[in-house]
Ligand binder design. Sequence first.
Ligand code: 9UX
Length: 68
Amino acid sequence: MENTIIKVGGMSCQGCVSNVNGVLGALPGVASSEVSLEAGEAKVAFDPQLVSRAALLAAIEDAGFDAE
Ligand code: 9UX
């Protein structure tokens, strides 16, 4: 398992937080995600055999947010 912190831009309410948690949680290989509106970031634990960090960023961006 690998842990990463992703900066997430464009979240303006707790609904956005739920949306980001939802898209991350739907990806195979994501064990857990913790998204903070205040910090503008997501802490994600994932299995690098199943999903890449780049795929996490892409999923967040597809949901309409910025990720880096
Ligand atoms: Mo809040 Mo975010 O009304 O995708 S859910 S701004």
